[in-house]
Ligand binder design. Sequence first.
Ligand SMILES: [Zn+2]
Length: 75
Amino acid sequence: MKNHCCLCGDLIDSYGAWDSSHNAAPVATGRCCGECNDTVVIPARIAAFVSFKRLETQRVKKSSSSPLTSTDDGV
Ligand SMILES: [Zn+2]
């Protein structure tokens, strides 16, 4: 199976069962090549992870008293 990088459009080779593509999230939905993974996705993921951890910390503080009712609609 051959895939094209969803970021640069290059062909991504597969080696048997191993597919050399990478998950392009959170930059794009799909698979990207190793070069785009290293230069685009990883930096974006680090940035997203940092902001996610900040958000998560705020949420945990807010809802720590009721872990079973984790709905955010306030009902
Ligand atoms: Zn690429």
